[in-house]
Design a protein around this ligand. Structure first.
Ligand SMILES: Cc1cc2nc3c(=O)[nH]c(=O)nc-3n(C[C@H](O)[C@H](O)[C@H](O)COP(=O)(O)O)c2cc1C
Length: 164
């Protein structure tokens, strides 16, 4: 058992502890109020419910695209493959045109569905719950497609790949 003082929950220590939980990597996409595509890299994705079909992810209240995601009617969760690390990096930094040169098609509500992913979920933006410095976004899945291939993984602040 850890002897760490549990009251010492600094953001740096928590980031390290949360990072011990290996995840896949997604890019969440939507259209903003002007109809322009927006997107961000997120690993806070989780399955929630099969019937009804629900998922969740969390968005930082201070990220530039926050209002666009809070207010959109639909978003798409694009689960990245092992060879899409460049796309993860592109969507993990603020930029005027994250979609330049990317292949995508409009999904439910126009939300960009990225090509080459191992799964895409098109969701209605149904609920947002307060979660401290994040908003917990719960979406109802309207469509999904799966193309199971090697996933991009994230562990201890680094990308990783499944060992064969
Ligand atoms: C692997 C990884 C996972 C991330 N997960 C999240 C997340 O779940 N929620 C979030 O708000 N930001 C997350 N981020 C940070 C955002 O991708 C980053 O702040 C991005 O710049 C947000 O887009 P924006 O600046 O256009 O708003 C993650 C970054 C990385 C590299």
């Amino acid at each position: 058992m850890s002897t760490e003082n549990p009251t010492h929950l600094s953001p740096a220590m928590l980031r390290q502890a949360f990072g011990s939980f290996a995840t896949g990597v997604t890019v969440v996409t939507a259209l903003d109020a002007r109809g322009n595509p927006v997107g961000l890299t997120a690993n806070s994705f989780s399955a929630v419910s099969l019937e009804p079909p629900l998922l969740l992810w969390c968005i930082s209240l201070t990220t530039p695209s926050f209002a666009a995601f809070r207010d959109c009617s639909h978003y798409a969760i694009n689960v990245l493959s092992a060879d899409q690390e460049d796309i993860s990096n592109r969507f993990a930094n603020p930029s005027a045109d994250k979609f330049a040169g990317l292949e995508w098609t409009p999904g439910a509500g126009g939300a960009p569905v990225l090509a080459g992913c191992i799964a895409n979920f098109e969701c209605a933006n149904t609920h947002g719950y307060p979660g401290g410095d994040h908003l917990i976004m719960v979406g109802q899945i309207a469509h999904c497609r799966v193309n199971l291939d090697a996933p991009l993984l994230f562990f201890a602040s680094k990308y990783a790949a499944l060992q064969p």
